[in-house]
Design a binder for this molecule. Sequence first.
Ligand SMILES: *Cc1c(COP(=O)(O)O)cnc(C)c1O
Length: 399
Amino acid sequence: MHKDPAVRLQDYQVFGEYGDVNPSISDAATFTFLSTEKMSQIFQEEVEGCFLYSRHLSPSTNYLGQALAAMEGTECAQVMGSGMGAISSAMLQLCKTGDEVISSRTIYGGTYALFKNFFPKLGINVHFVNITDLESIKSKINDNTRVIYCETISNPLLEIADLREIRKICDEKGIKLVVDNTFSPMVVPAYKLGAHVVVYSMTKFINGTNDCVAGAVCGDHDFIASLRNVNDGAAMLLGPVLDSLRAASIFKNMRTLHIRMKQHSSNAMFIASELEKMGIKVFYPGLPSHPQHELIKTMIDPVFGYSGMITIDCKTAEMANNLMIKMQEKQVGYFAVSLGFYKTLFSSPGSSTSSEIPKEEQIEMGMTEGLVRFSMGLDNDINDTLDRIKACMTEIGML
Ligand SMILES: *Cc1c(COP(=O)(O)O)cnc(C)c1O
């Protein structure tokens, strides 16, 4: 296997029926069979190159899954209708009533709400910990612990999970490590570093065009086959399916992911260091001031940088709000949630993407109300972008 995720993806070639350089798009919900034996066989096991019904797999969702597996370096991947579909399916495939999960407390708000409010209804209890504190992870392990869950680079404070060390903890107890790598595709090889299962919201960097929601689960062949199993697979039975037409369009967008990640990262690195020099409190894993800079340096593929997410502290909610509105006015980007777009997107985590997390817990995590999270865009003249940001900060009295 080539060590570069972009090369592996580039080497994954599939053609259309007439030698088309892009594969044909599957335009069907169901597939015909020429023998009754084949039809019954596919209900028992996976049959290579044979399709049954598009909730299960279609040629187009299959191509995208294989492209993702090539990128992540896993044997297999299953694409899903959303990142939440990927997370909930993967977790429910691994956990049953009575099982326990240890999760980072700094995770995407939707995932937090799923674990905190929904899983207890199924008798699955989740312990939230400071994922950077390995001792606190260990202290929550018991015989019922099935999964440790974290984000490689967490939302919104950009803390780093030490995947190698967490995997060691898992191995001692036969626990699975599930990692959400949405903030750092290609940047951090989460599977190689120790995740058993890597989940993505493809809505973000992977697709990059903000025209749909989609997700993926990458893992070994057995796990992905269990997700797809017609009798007890979460992907099959909960139905978080991705449409073939969308799968085909994401597949094509993935062809430029490596170029986009480099540009997002270099723009973010530049803006983060300049803002820090101006005396602003900046959270960015690429800066030596980031508490886990030395750790992340050992985890990234340096070609792709430190990804495109920056969080800054504007001290008050009012200042944060004024800055975001002003930056939208001066076309720095859009005041919008989500990430990985060509345009810079910014939002204030406490009142948006992390609002599912109760205020007291936000404070405990170190989330203050003046935070603004940036997903740096693909701007070609980043000096000009910096000038615009400075002008905004000056006008609102932040500088
Ligand atoms: C957006 C996001 C999700 C949820 O993905 P959807 O595609 O919106 O369902 C999960 N995790 C992270 C880190 C995200 O940013």
